[in-house]
Design a protein. Sequence first.
Length: 428
Amino acid sequence: MPIIRLLLAPLWSTTTYTRWVYLIIGGAVFLPYLLAPTVLASMFLTPTTPGPGEGLGALAAGAPPAVLLVAASAWIPGARTLEGQVTRALLRGPIAHEPITESTSRPTRARTGAWLALHLVLGFAAALATMVVLTECAALAATPFASRPLAVAQGPLTLFGADPPTGTQRWLAPAIGLGYLLALVYTMALTGTAMARLAPRLLGPSAAERLATAQRRADHLAERNRLARELHDSIGHALSVVALQAGAAARVLDSDPAFARQSLRAIADQARTATAELDHVLGLLRDDPSTGTAPLRGLADLPGLIEATRAIGADIRTRIDGDTTHVPAAVSRETYRICQEGITNALRHGGNVPITLHLTIEPERLSVEITNPHTPPATPTLHALRRRGGRGLHGMRERLSILGGNLETGPTDGQWRLHADIAWGDAR
């Protein structure tokens, strides 16, 4: 039963008939290519024997130029994309999962030209076979009911020298016609299957194009990961500041209204900053052309970050050794985010404790060290935040790994220590 089902599958498979239609479309497109050279050839050829041979000679002379014209059509802009879309929709198979992109490289155009020639020539043969065989099958099916023998001049029976069925043979004619029809269906199914397997090699991307596509996809994913890290660091910092300030304002609302108002202003400032950065990142994720570039902060913005942190009442002590203007842009950007995330973690997990930030910049190397007391008193306002797991350390390690740096974190002498080291140029 499985073998019979396998043998009969092409008969009721819709793929067989969509591929058949695909071939016939190719034959219809090939006809104008063939007619022009054939007509020109008939004007210059002098037949030795008038008759059908004259047309066949012109057809044989016009076929090679027609195939060359078809192959040359691959150089028409959009021809590859159009053929690829039709092939994916009707031929299906592996090509349905391959990207079809327009390419101006000569090898790709040559492959496209070879596919166009194959599709149109085989399609023309399939269209002729369909027309001849279906006509003969109809004649054979009607033979038992005809008042005289029926035959098609170009049908398979006549081409092979057989006489039209007569007498009792007329009742076998429908069975012969059915055999012709089955042979035609299986031929089209095999041809379509072979073309479906060949299509990815000629219409699909080359190895270089696949590599370029993979690189673009990797770059896209890397950019999305970078945006995710930016979003985590900036929004995480803002939320930590908001939580700290809200808790502080709630505790002193009655005893120190001025400090409470200052905390509320700091909350509003952080909320506006976070909203602006969130709008930029979400716009980039949506590929919104009106978004512009994401706000990329660097070491030049570090004093502003420190002042904003002090403004919320945090005790942060800083020391910067070296000139931040000579740090490469990428290193400057990532170092700023590491400082921001380090301060955020200290506020989130340590509460309102003294924080020390030491930035050392050398000619081709810099290091960041952030420390805070390891066992501070519990802060109820930040209790929920401390219980949450985050991606802060993981994100910092990702940033540093891209730049070839390293990160060390952990308790040391009663302090929680974060140390990042980045080198560039010959110092790497």
